[in-house]
Design a protein around this ligand. Structure first.
Ligand code: ADP
Ligand code: MG
Length: 701
């Protein structure tokens, strides 16, 4: 019954009405009583605690302090006058500041009388200051009714203009509690409530909107965050289970001749422990009768290619074909050359198909594919053309997944009766938390170990004013026989400005590194593919010493002799991109270097990025920092932004709760996959309701 009541349109709540209802809908997506109930404050003003000036932290928090004003003065500034009061308690002093209404305040404030002040504290010019504090005489404050924690709801400009202030929202919610008599139903099982000592739902809702104190608030928050993450995990895990049940896969049950021959006789190095583990994971997927859908994460240089090659051998030994798709021609070329060299020895045929494959070659490839004569096809998007028909594609590997959309992946799919197994490889480490929430329905393998003998890349930050020294260092490295990358930022391939930066840079480098002693390659997005490849090839063959480029070289390119990566205007790059670029060096036996060049003007976020880069070589660690700096939306690219439309949990800060939620969701599905047991009825019902309301479902499918 209460459930129905909560579905009432918000206009019917006393004090709302049609006009406000419309604003609530358009601005906050609040349509029903239920929506309002789960519209949570994003912070609270804690008036239960009193701070001492000596205890204040430089974190801009709201604080409540008891003290006296000992001095009041007007300070003249270019921008206008402000009124400044010196406020003291027995531990220190700070400033209270007013920019408006100064006359009234000056006339009414009492000197040397105890006040309670409340407001946001800033650290400014070596002092704490509080602009426009709420003030009350201590005597009045002691007489008045104690306000505990005041909730602050997210707001928008339009809400403010329409008079829907924080107070009004709070009033509406009070009204909602009255009309429903706060008889909200429980949405988690007794077992979960007991095991995790969770606050019951009605109490949690009350305390999230009207907390009595910090402790109760914390319990309410934990309960609601857990619930939110628990149901998301439950959905992801159910979806994964369904996929495994429904989508039958091709069964590769034998480890055959070619695989064994390659492993025993032609493997160019001993596999790392991580590579072996991942191969076992893939083998077990391929041998089961469900379709594999696996994401392989491994930092740049961790050796994903050999894992791909050996997985393809598994497919071929079982009578199937395989393909490997790369995001750029350069990469596809490199993969093709590498794979061909490895697999010629075991009699596996391999072809390359890209946009610049000649028509006659193309036709030959099409035929060989259809007849099954060709085992492996490597290429770019060209693989997705309708003319490309495999006889029996068993495994599709996609390198550097973030460049391919989901739709494109689906296209590969439909080339078969039974879908091929899919392995997506990425060098962009996705923090585990995020991977769990976004790809909770995929299987994930991680290569978390670099091949032995790699020297960690030395990374330094240098200002543009030190360019001469940097160039002297480059000359020394070139003298030792090494090669150097110099990379310019490219925000948009078409941006004329970026292009100009690159060309200016190129000219100045050409002056500092003159012919004939120095040969320079240049690669950028506005070049024709043939020219790009030509330049790239010259560098790969060691004919040029310096490669001046935009970020087109970011992914995958492998030139072991290159030992220096210089990144110009490094402050303009995101962390993951910097890390990707750095991964182009450190591939050989020599000590490698990454030099981050910037001007002196740096935002604090840029400083954090540079510092992270100079301190860490660990892609996962860097990804975590990136996630903290930018949030999940940006990290995953616009495609996925807004994906995690969470009401209360925070994917970064609530990492631990997420893990707990996943653990319990897994456990529940293991013990009661259909949620049939009476004690799980409440979970089942809530789950069904969530699916019906679609508010969470949207961001999963
Ligand atoms: P990525 O994961 O970035 O694609 P690659 O597969 O290109 O990495 O491997 C990077 C380099 O490391 C290659 O030159 C490859 O031959 C080499 N490599 C890979 N695995 C090993 C290993 N187990 N031992 C030694 N070298 C390895
Ligand atoms: Mg690679």
């Amino acid at each position: 019954m209460i459930g129905q009541l909560l579905q009432t349109p918000i206009a019917y709540l006393k004090g709302v009405g049609p006009s406000r209802a419309e604003t609530l809908q358009s601005e906050l997506g609040i349509h029903t009583f239920q929506d309002l109930l789960s519209f949570f404050p994003n912070r609270y003003l804690d008036k239960t605690q009193y701070y001492k000036i000596g205890q204040l932290q430089r974190s801009n928090a709201d604080v409540q302090i008891v003290g006296k004003i000992v001095n009041l003065k007007t300070v003249e500034q270019k921008k206008g006058k402000r009124l400044v009061a010196t406020f003291v308690d027995d531990t220190g002093e700070m400033e209270l500041v007013w920019f408006r209404g100064q006359k009234w305040i000056r006339e009414n404030l009492k000197i040397n009388v105890p006040y309670v002040v409340f407001g946001r504290c800033n650290w400014f010019n070596g002092k704490f200051s509080m602009p426009h504090p709420d003030m009350e005489l201590l005597t009045e404050h002691q007489k008045g009714l104690k306000v505990a924690m005041q909730p602050i709801y997210p707001s928008t400009e339009k809400l403010g203009n329409k008079g829907i202030t924080n107070r009004v929202i709070s009033k509406m919610i009070q009204q909602l509690f009255m009309e429903t008599k706060a008889r909200f139903s429980e949405t988690l099982s007794d077992q979960l409530l007991q095991e995790l000592h969770l606050m019951p739902k009605p109490e949690a809702l009350l305390n999230i909107h009207f907390p009595k104190n910090q402790e109760l608030l914390a319990k309410a928050q934990f309960r609601l965050k857990f619930e939110e993450l628990f149901y998301i995990q439950l959905q992801l895990l159910t979806k994964k289970a369904l996929r495994k049940q429904k989508i039958k896969g091709l069964v590769f049950d034998q480890v055959g001749e070619r695989f064994n021959e390659f492993y025993e006789e032609h493997l160019p190095f001993e596999l790392t422990g991580a590579q072996k583990r991942v191969l076992r994971e893939i083998r077990s997927d391929l041998g089961s009768n469900a379709q594999m859908n696996r994401l392989l994460q491994g930092d740049v240089g961790s050796g994903k290619t050999i894992v791909a090659v050996m997985s393809m051998l598994l497919a071929i030994d079982n009578g199937y074909q395989a393909c490997l798709m790369a995001p750029t021609e350069i990469l596809a070329n490199q993969h093709f050359t590498g794979i061909k060299e490895l697999l010629d020895k075991v009699g596996v045929s391999c072809a390359l198909l890209t946009g610049s494959t000649k028509k006659s070659d193309r036709n030959q490839i099409h035929e060989a594919l259809e007849s099954g004569e060709l085992h492996i096809l490597v290429g770019t998007h060209a693989l997705l053309e309708d003319k490309v028909q495999f006889q029996n594609l068993g495994l599709a590997i996609i390198d550097e997944q973030h460049r391919f959309g989901v739709a494109q992946r689906a296209k590969l799919w439909h080339k078969n009766l039974l879908p091929p197994h899919i392995l997506v490889m990425t060098a962009t480490p996705i923090p585990r938390t995020l991977a769990m929430s976004l790809y909770g329905d995929l299987d994930i393998s991680v290569i978390d170990e670099l091949p032995p003998g790699r020297k960690p890349i030395k990374t330094v930050h240098r200002y543009d004013t030190n360019r001469l020294k940097v160039f002297a260092f480059v000359r020394d490295e070139i003298k030792k026989g090494r090669q150097v990358y110099i990379v310019y930022p490219l925000i948009q391939e078409s941006e004329a400005l970026d292009y100009k930066d690159l060309m200016d840079g190129y000219e100045s480098i050409a002056r500092d590194f003159p012919l004939p002693d120095y040969q320079i390659s240049i690669v950028h997005g506005q070049m024709k593919p043939v020219d790009k490849d030509y330049e790239m090839d010259r560098f790969v063959r060691g004919e040029t010493h310096i490669m001046v480029a935009t970020t087109v070289i970011e992914v995958g390119v492998n030139v072991p002799n290159a030992s220096v990566m210089i990144i110009e205007s490094a402050e303009r790059f995101g962390l993951s991109q910097l890390h990707q670029l750095r991964g182009r060096v450190g591939r050989g036996a020599d000590q490698s270097y990454c030099i981050l060049m910037t001007s002196h003007k740096l935002s604090s976020e840029a400083k954090t990025r540079l510092q992270t880069m100079t301190q860490s070589n660990d892609g996962f660690e860097i990804a975590e920092v990136d996630l903290k700096l930018r949030g999940p939306g940006d990290l995953m690219g616009t495609q996925q932004s807004g994906v995690l439309n969470l009401k209360i949990a925070d994917i970064v800060k609530d990492n631990d709760i997420l893990k707990t939620a996943r653990h319990y969701a897994l456990q529940l599905l293991k013990s009661d996959p259909q949620l049939e047991r009476p004690e799980n009825l409440v979970v089942r019902n809530t789950y069904i309701k969530i699916l019906k309301n679609k508010n969470i479902w949207n961001y999963i499918s």
